[in-house]
Design a protein around this ligand. Sequence first.
Ligand code: FEO
Length: 171
Amino acid sequence: MKISPKMKKALNDQVTLEASASSSYLAMASWCEVTGYQGSANYFYMQSDEERTHMLKIVHYLNDMGAVASISAIKAPVSSYKSLEGLIKTALKNEQTVTKAIHTMVDIAQKEKDHSTYAFLEWFVNEQVQEETKFETVLQKFDLIGRDKLAINEIDKILAMDAAAPADTVA
Ligand code: FEO
């Protein structure tokens, strides 16, 4: 094994966290779909897929390093929301939790002089900046456009456009 037991545990915990994020976004997408926010539903279905790719990156990295990934059970996600704004606030909070966990792993890699994992985590550090910014920007729209039905419909359209954008322009 080319990484420490402590790093192995942190990376395996991150596999669980990314799986939870994927499941949480899937539940958000489904709620949006049945609530009539089709643009937001498309956006969160896509976001759920993205989180799964993050999880897979870590699974492959662990296995490549001879550490063997372990796949754990995850808790059922929240499946009902009071509003689209509340849902996006929860999404931002999720991302902030993920960012904290990534930064903790970077600290471990630095302390252990684990250059491979440090380099591997760089992509995640940048990804988290984009993901937090993305949700902060959507939340700003509620202040800018409003919270009435027409405003929420506009915000749903914005999320639809994001979901339809080519993958490399979507963070
Ligand atoms: Fe993979 Fe959005 O954290």
